[in-house]
Design a protein around this ligand. Structure first.
Ligand SMILES: Cc1cc2nc3c(=O)[nH]c(=O)nc-3n(C[C@H](O)[C@H](O)[C@H](O)COP(=O)(O)OP(=O)(O)OC[C@H]3O[C@@H](n4cnc5c(N)ncnc54)[C@H](O)[C@@H]3O)c2cc1C
Length: 448
């Protein structure tokens, strides 16, 4: 039995693709190992106790509640036969479709550095963000040893000075600063940012590099550039200059590669293990096979590929859907035309950089924050109707007392999405890879 178009992955790319196909009256089966969409750009707010996990995880069944053409399946996919347009679920069942859209995203890349996979905390999923938050909380709230014993190090080390590393460093240093200012915790340690490159925010302009460097230094962050990580141990990071930073909280923002399931594309993979796609987002010479978002190397029209960004994922998901519709009407597919929204990073309270427009005009401070907000509201609008609630939260968030959140058992203030109590994702902290045993299917409004 065919399941319409099969979409593997319910991130920004998969959701946008399914929504566009449904809008054009095409039946879709969207398969994801989690029963929720995770909004990655807000993960570090969860890790730094500024948002509860459920605010960045929206159940797929809620997103598609009013879209009966989209059937949602919560199941791990263990293998894919691209030529046959089929997905085999971890539980053993095989689904076949008229087309298959690979939208499986990425995963952290530890580059084989000893101890990194075991001891560092990546930030790629809601479960990762929760794990990191709990580790920060447990280390910072550890009771002092009795007698004259030394307090073990409470430093935080962030590896990788791209936008994710810089944003996470900013948020965690604000948390530390708020705890210190609160006077309840004097020994909060230092936040370190480590990168083997020579600048922060590598893809940005020199002005942005310097701005980020200055803002983080003012916030008390120790920046170690030109230093690679040689190994990660349970109690510290060894750098390749021979030095060691004692730490039990090592955040991995050092790189990403394609999701494991991309290996189904065999030799049609390129940099980062991602699937190389044609200009129209199709894969190789296989009819009816597409790859979008972080799992794909998407040509940028100038000999390179587009970066792994939310707007690339969302727009490519939509574009692949439109090309499927064109094919079904017997029309020619069209090459993907990316509308560049610019690049931006929020470094902390009232500290942000953005490079917008054709000529990458650089802005910082509140204007950059407003640009960041605009782009994130647009990304969120694909999964939440209430982007106004996000905007209200975001402006308010600058005045929040983060320390109070960590110190008490109180939960951080939620975004007022207006969801009802049942509308909760099932977030699991263990690795969610083998969920084939509890496959569930939801179509339209028939499930609550
Ligand atoms: C911490 C962080 C911060 C970021 N900040 C920004 C930002 O500020 N602005 C910006 O534009 N971009 C940002 N990005 C990048 C952006 O979030 C991604 O480019 C985008 O979310 C990718 O969407 P996607 O749909 O391709 O993949 P994903 O969102 O990763 O979705 C892939 C989905 O596939 C599912 N899946 C994978 N394998 C399987 C399998 N075998 N079986 C079943 N399901 C499977 C996963 O569960 C997941 O739901 C950030 C990324 C991170 C990690």
């Amino acid at each position: 039995m065919t399941e319409g178009v099969l979409v593997l992955g319910g991130g920004l790319a998969g959701v946008a693709c399914a929504q566009q196909l449904a809008q054009d009256g095409i039946e879709v089966t969207l398969v994801d190992r989690n029963d929720y969409h995770q909004f990655q750009p807000l993960l570090y707010q969860v890790a730094s106790s500024q948002l509860p996990a459920e605010d960045v995880a929206r159940p797929h069944r809620t997103i598609f509640q009013k879209t009966p053409a989209v059937k949602v399946m919560t199941a791990g996919v263990s293998s894919v036969d691209l030529a046959a347009h089929s997905l085999t679920l971890a539980e053993g069942r095989t689904l076949s479709g008229s087309h298959v859209v690979m939208a499986a995203g990425g995963q952290p890349n530890f580059f084989g550095i000893p101890g990194a996979a075991e001891h560092a905390f990546p930030l790629y999923s809601v479960a990762d963000a929760e794990r990191l938050r709990l580790q920060v909380k447990s280390v910072l709230q550890e009771p002092r040893p009795s007698g004259g014993d030394e307090v073990p190090a409470r430093n935080i080390v962030v590896v990788g000075a791209g936008p994710t590393g810089v944003e996470t460093t900013g948020a965690l240093s604000e948390l530390i600063e708020a705890l210190r200012a609160d006077g309840k915790e004097a020994n909060t340690g230092t936040v370190f940012l480590v990168d083997r490159g020579e600048v922060l925010l590598g893809g940005f302009s020199d002005k942005a590099h310097n701005y980020a460097h200055r803002k983080l230094t003012e916030a008390g962050v120790q920046i170690r550039l030109g230093a690679g990580v040689a190994a990660v141990h349970p109690d510290g990071v060894a750098l390749d200059d021979g030095s060691t930073i004692p730490s039990r909280i090592v955040v991995w923002a050092g790189g990403e590669s394609a999701a494991e399931i991309a290996s189904a594309a065999g030799s049609m993979r390129g940099a980062g293990g991602r699937i190389d796609v044609r200009a129209d987002l199709g894969v190789g010479d296989l009819p009816g096979v597409w790859a979008v978002g972080d799992v794909a190397n998407i040509p940028d029209g100038a000999g390179g590929t587009l970066p792994q960004l939310g707007s690339v994922a969302q727009q490519s998901g939509r574009w692949a859907a439109q090309n499927i519709v064109r094919q079904q009407r017997g029309e020619q597919t069209k090459p993907f035309a990316y509308k560049d929204k610019g690049i931006m990073a929020m470094i902390g309270r009232n500290a942000a950089v953005a490079e917008v427009g054709k000529h990458r005009h650089q802005v910082d401070g509140p204007i950059a924050f407003a640009a960041w907000l605009g782009v994130h509201a647009m990304l969120l609008s694909g999964v939440h109707a209430r982007t106004d609630a996000f905007l209200t939260w975001a402006w308010d968030y600058f005045d929040r007392d983060h320390a109070a959140t960590l110190e008490s058992s109180a939960r951080p203030q939620r975004i007022a999405w207006g969801d009802d109590g049942d509308d909760q994702p099932h977030i699991r902290l263990d690795k969610p890879a083998s969920v084939g045993d509890h496959t569930t299917t939801v179509r339209g409004e028939t499930h609550g």
